[in-house]
Every structure is written in C-alpha cells, then in structure tokens.
Design a protein around this ligand. Structure first.
Ligand code: GDP
Length: 296
C-alpha cells in the first residue's frame, strides 16, 4: 500500500510528541524536522515540504501551544489539517453539464493507466445512474482500441470506434453526436499517449479540445513515477489546461510524494484515484479521508 513508510514516520513523530506532556518550542521543532525528513523521503517536492513545515510551525506559534497541557494534540491536529490541505482540501467533483452529453477527455502519458481508467470511470458513472459512451481515440495503438472494446463489452458499456481511421479529431467530433443519438449522457474520450511529452502529442490534444470543448480534461498520472508525475502534470496543464487529475496505482508501493505535491505545484485537484488493476478499482478522492488513512 502506498504511503506506508510515510505513515509509519508520522506515527513515530506523533508518539514522541504525545509522550512529552507540555511541549516547548524545541520539542515541536524536533518533531517538525522529523516530519520534514519523512516528507522528503516520501519524495514530496522540496518547496512543498518546506512550506508545509513553515505553515505548521506558524500555526503552532499562533495557537500558543507551548507550555499548554494538550499541546501535542493541537500540533497533531494542525499537521492533520495541513496534510488534508496538501491533498487538496475539500473533495473536487466532476463537472456535469446541464445540457448532455457531458464530455470528459482523458489525457496522459503511455502506461499511466488511461485506457483502464476510462473504463473504470465509465463503470463508476454507470453505477451512479449515468449512460456513458467510451470513445477510442488512441488510434496509434490498435491494442488500446481492442483493450477498450474488451472492457466495454465486459461492463456492457458502448464503445465508439472507427475501423482504420487515423484521425482522432474526426473520431471525437463524430462521437459526440453519436452519443446524443444513442441517449448517452456522458462521453469519455480515451486519447493517445506517448512515452514522453512532445509537441505532436500536445497539438493533437489541443485540437481535440478545440473541437469538442470537453467539460473536463482529466490527466491520468501514475503515482509510482513520483515527481515525474508532478512534472508531467505541470507540462500538460501549461500546454493544454487540465481541470483535475486521476492518480493511478496507489495500491502499489508508491511513496506518496506525487499525491502530496501535485495540488500545491499545479493548483489542480486529484478527483479520483486508481487502487487496483480491476475495473472497480477507482475511488473518488476525499482528501480528509486520505489524510486519516495516512495518519491513523
Ligand atoms: P495507458 O497506456 O495509459 O492507456 O495505460 P493502461 O490503461 O494500458 O494501463 C497500463 C497498466 O497499468 C496496465 O497493466 C493496467 O492494468 C495498470 N493499471 C492501471 N491503473 C492501475 C491501478 O490503479 N492500479 C494498478 N495496480 N494497476 C493499474
């Protein structure tokens, strides 16, 4: 499970604080030093970790914890609140268009889990009473189209594809009216990925965006890639503009740095997380619940 080592380190720091009774400034500074080290070892962005500690320190001073009896509880609460903030604060929901269909465009680097996530998201929305349409716009990888079709069949969710068509912009522009004609209220577009960010990829995504004006552009990133996921998110946001993120593979042993840095660095929230390879392995992302999972 992700965050395991970070979680242990937080527990240790808290245990020391709890054992102390009244705290002086030095005790808190020591604990925060440990927490800062733990954040950096979990691969949290350096500036993000530094700012985190600074905010906790300032709040602890502001709340005059030093010398008070429940000081450790107060410090722990401040850390919990700040960790929740770091994960995005409040839950960030998907936009639903008042005029169907709602168009959701998934983007991401190859291997991040885009195609799997498209199917997972379709299943999640179907369970919520929506009628999704999956659109296979990753035309350069025939395997991706087949993969989406297999998943669609398994979930009993329609998949729009065009045999031998190499024009993703054309495909998506025809997929939206197809959705309307077939009473699908949500369109989920699986776009092409590349191993690295490049101009050709971005141009294609921008072209799709300008053609269908998606209500949400969701970037799929792999938690296991750590700060590379954060760098990718910044680059996609700068070139394409993203509305939020889906972070996959949080069931693996990712250290957690990406999840803890991405909102602070990009300003964009994580909306869903991937927690298994299976189609039911997608969860809405609740920052406060996740903070508790790390701290409790
Ligand atoms: P794409 O190239 O971005 O479309 O990536 P795929 O959807 O083909 O996924 C790449 C690999 O990651 C596949 O083996 C998926 O089963 C796996 N995968 C995707 N999401 C998750 C996840 O949340 N957890 C785990 N463990 N594996 C995932």
């Amino acid at each position: 499970m992700a965050f395991e080592s970070l979680s242990e380190r937080f527990q240790e720091a808290f245990k020391k604080l709890r054992g102390k009774g009244k705290l002086n400034e030095e005790d808190v500074r020591e604990a925060l030093k440990e927490i800062r080290r733990a954040l950096l070892e979990a691969d949290v962005n350096f500036t993000v970790a530094k700012d985190f500690i600074k905010r906790v320190q300032e709040k602890a001073v502001g709340e005059e914890v030093f010398g008070s009896l429940n000081a450790s509880q107060t410090v722990i609460k401040i850390v919990r609140d700040e960790l929740t903030e770091l994960l995005g604060g409040t839950q960030s929901r998907l936009t639903v268009s008042s005029k169907p269909p709602t168009v959701l465009m998934l983007a991401g680097l190859q291997g991040a889990g885009k195609t799997t996530t498209a199917a997972k998201l379709a299943k999640h929305l179907k369970q919520k009473g929506k009628s999704p349409l999956l659109v296979a716009a990753d035309v350069y990888r025939p395997a991706a189209i087949t993969q989406l079709e297999v998943l669609g069949n398994e979930l009993n969710i329609p998949v729009y594809k065009e045999e031998n068509c190499q024009d993703p912009v054309g495909i998506v522009s025809r997929a939206v009216p197809y959705a309307t004609a077939h009473l699908c209220d949500t369109v989920i577009i699986d776009t092409a990925g590349r191993l690295h960010i490049n101009e050709v990829l971005m141009d294609e995504l921008i072209h799709i965006k300008e053609t269908v004006h998606p209500h949400e552009i969701l970037l799929v990133v792999d938690a296991m890639t750590g700060q590379d996921a954060v760098t990718a998110a910044s680059a996609f946001d700068a070139a394409l503009g993203i509305d939020g993120l889906i972070m996959t593979k949080l069931d693996g042993d990712a250290r957690g740095g990406a999840a803890l840095s991405i909102k602070a660095v990009t300003g964009k929230p994580i909306k869903f997380i991937g927690v298994s390879e299976k189609t039911d392995g997608l969860e809405e992302f609740h920052p406060h619940r996740y903070a508790s999972r790390i701290l409790d």
